[in-house]
Design a protein around this ligand. Sequence first.
Ligand code: F6P
Length: 544
Amino acid sequence: MTRCDKTPAWASLQGHFEAHGRAFDLRDAFARDAARFTHLQVQAPEVFADLSKNLIDAATLHFLADLANECFVPALRDAMFDGAPINTTEDRAVLHAALRSPAGSNFGTAAAVAQVQQVLGNMLAYVETVRDTAASGIRHIVNIGIGGSDLGPQMVVPALDAFAHPGLTLHFVSNVDGHDIAPVLRKLKPAETLFIIASKTFTTQETMANAHAAKAWFTANGGTDTAKHFVATTTNIEAAAAFGVTTTFGFWDWVGGRYSLWSAIGLPIALAIGADHFRALLAGAHAMDQHFATAPVAQNLPMLLGLVDVWYRNFHGFTSRSVAPYHQGLKRLPAYLQQLEMESNGKRVDRSGEPLPYATSPVVWGEPGTNGQHAYFQMLHQGSDVIPVEFILVKNPTHALANLHGPLLAQLERQHTMLLANGLAQSQALMLGKTTDAAMTDKAPTASKSLDASTLAKHRTFPGNRPSTTLMLDQLTPRSLGALIAVYEHRVFTSGAVWGINSFDQWGVELGKALCNDLLPRLGSGDASGLDGSTAGLMARLRG
Ligand code: F6P
């Protein structure tokens, strides 16, 4: 396979960037093309996207589509969906699409889909027994897991709060720091608590330590029926059994940790929202899988987003992307995306191990709007770096579904309009900016006594032409959230495929784990032999 920077499309993009891209101005582009919004929008299942505030035009998209083809992105996508072992460093298939594939559908091997349906059926039957809280007595669920065994459920559960069982409270414990689990346990009673030990490998240090802490707390506080109060979600059924868990929901090595919320790792989600809503989450993702598999590049939302990411990272040289979900329920989406994107595409060698001369994963970060506006948006508007922003707007709130009514509901619906106005205003401000002349004429909220008007106006100038994408959902439901998450998964796949990297391994986390295993006994014994000066010095201070 030809490396992406050696393809004809890359050369065309480079020429196009020099001729039109570097000096591209969004305001001029809208002035030139009154229908730009119409030309640069995509309606994918459940997700509408406005791409018109990006530094792209028809020619950019044309060359990017060529790039996707010349880098065999569609072929690699088809290989993934067919169950080929595209994760070559781990010799595994990449079949998270099979987890949301209805029986008889064409994603993944028939054997994989059949296995999935069996575990899903068992898990959802179990879920309904726990959700019958009068019979089960369970009021609190504690998910103990980290990385992909935490971030997906931890993001989805609050997002779908309007659909959640009112009598169940979900808690998430991930950090090996006892300050994570201790305040959770303080609120609980063993008889009302269900612990889920979530770990693909069932060997992860943090998760095993917290699982032991939970078990010790359970017994010390009079808990008796461990079999009822501890369950596991893992591919390592033997290790779960050795830990003493008898109820286990399995999954398979072809499910990557950061792609696993659709598997048994989604148990906390299913417990919160119930079997039907969990199936709707899967169905939304499946609809996006079909879109990604079949839509032509020009209308293929995940593909377009991944290609624009390449355009920004490798031609404009932008180093990060900020995500601003204008929905408080999506407050953990940026953290979830950090693992999804940066663990997948934070790589510097190609599939055959050769170092790459170009940049790969951007830094992904963000906070929900409107909170971010009062923190780092200053930098987005006037800082020295251009950082593309992704706005996520949700047209209709779900307050009424959460049984709010009367004057409170009316007030919260007014607040929803404020929320949307804020999101729109931010993307507008980033694009339009404000000239120094305009800043001269408008009234400063606080006039300066020490600066003259023209100096002050320079501080109040916005360069504008700062790109953004707006993704829009009609409502945040299990189905639309499933589709939205799948957009991100396939977008990461697309940019990773162009860059020629393996997006499905994570060797970069291993060195720190190994060194931690070496340092752990040394912290006890004080043995600093062979350590570098800094580590030895810090260790001595920690022991002193
Ligand atoms: O350390 C990284 C990682 O391997 C992630 O890829 C994974 O999601 C996380 O650890 C948790 O792993 P496990 O589910 O095996 O406990």
